[in-house]
Ligand binder design. Structure first.
Ligand SMILES: C[S@@+](CC[C@H](N)C(=O)[O-])C[C@H]1O[C@@H](n2cnc3c(N)ncnc32)[C@H](O)[C@@H]1O
Length: 291
């Protein structure tokens, strides 16, 4: 990603934090997801967009109304992880990996010291998060930062060096990243991670489909999202091919345990939410289990 290569924190990570904060402040109750820490990570432009106001709402409606389903998807994916994580933490899960963490605050919501959260991210984004948390005494004591550039570094080796225990199960949360990667990089990352994940581990990620698998009426909004992210210097590739993915992971130690599409997300979490926030039908959440 051009922006990260220049040593600057991910802009898309900041935008997704702003979406979560906006929902916390002005979202219709019951909320899809409550991010009580997103505000820590906003800069001035993202804070202006995040704070609901009549003018901001109007501008957002006119400019971004057609793509706000992605805002719904950002909320839904965090909810999906939270629903998988809660019971596992209660059952004593000791390790979580947050891949491409950005300004995700899962670790901050679960300060229980019995679980360590390994946050893996590009050094440019991670440095900024570390600096922000360093100014918040008491926050992030359960967090282990693992700076990794997926394009150059060995992810498994970096995690082991940071103290990840390959003998104990883990939950891996990988949100908002595969849409920026060629599919072979997604599969290669799964193969690498599988080397250090014990039986009982699960991995969750979200995926945006390639054009041929996108519902026809949603094609313009995906095209707009690709254009908007390209403007931020972090272009979405938009290449996920579901059938090829299922074939590619066969025999590699993974099983698809759950595949949730946008329609099911709407039914499960968005009954009270305005239609503009409903996640696109074409997005998918995957839960993979180690076999
Ligand atoms: C859209 S953000 C998602 C952030 C967060 N997971 C969320 O859902 O809000 C994409 C994240 O992927 C990270 N990323 C992108 N390319 C990367 C690379 N080559 N190596 C490591 N991290 C990368 C960025 O730093 C950023 O934090």
């Amino acid at each position: 990603m051009a922006r990260l290569a220049k040593g600057r924190a991910s802009r898309t990570a900041r935008i997704t934090a702003a979406m979560r904060y906006r929902h916390l402040l002005g979202g219709v109750r019951p909320l899809v997801f409550e991010d009580r820490f997103a505000h820590l990570f906003l800069d001035l432009p993202s804070a202006v967009v995040a704070v609901p106001s009549p003018l901001g709402d109007r501008a957002l409606g006119q400019l971004l109304g057609p793509v706000r389903g992605f805002e719904g998807e950002v909320l839904a994916r965090s909810r999906y992880v939270e629903e998988a994580l809660g019971p596992r933490l209660a059952a004593g899960l000791g390790q979580v990996i947050v891949l491409g963490a950005g300004f995700d605050s899962t670790a901050l919501h679960h300060p229980d010291a019995r679980c360590r959260f390994f946050e893996v991210d590009h050094p440019a984004t991670q440095a900024e998060k570390r600096a922000i948390l360093a100014r918040q005494p008491g926050l992030g004591a359960n967090l282990v930062f693992v700076p990794v550039d997926f394009a150059h570094d060995d992810l498994a080796e970096s995690l082991l060096q940071a103290g990840f225990d390959a003998r104990r199960p883990a939950l891996v949360s990988w949100l908002g990243v595969t849409m920026y990667l060629p599919q072979q990089v997604t599969v290669a990352t799964l193969v690498t991670l599988r080397r250090i994940l014990a039986p009982g581990s699960v991995l969750i990620f979200d995926a945006y489909p390639r054009r041929e698998e996108t519902v026809l009426e949603e094609q313009p909004m995906f095209a707009a999202a690709r254009a908007l992210t390209a403007l931020q210097g972090e272009p979405m590739v938009g290449a996920f091919h579901a059938a090829a993915f299922a074939r590619a992971i066969e025999g590699k130690g993974w099983r698809i345990a759950d595949l949730m599409k946008g329609e099911a997300m709407r039914k499960r979490w968005f009954g009270a939410q305005p239609r503009v926030l409903w996640p696109p039908r074409s997005v998918s959440f995957y839960t993979l289990e180690v076999v």
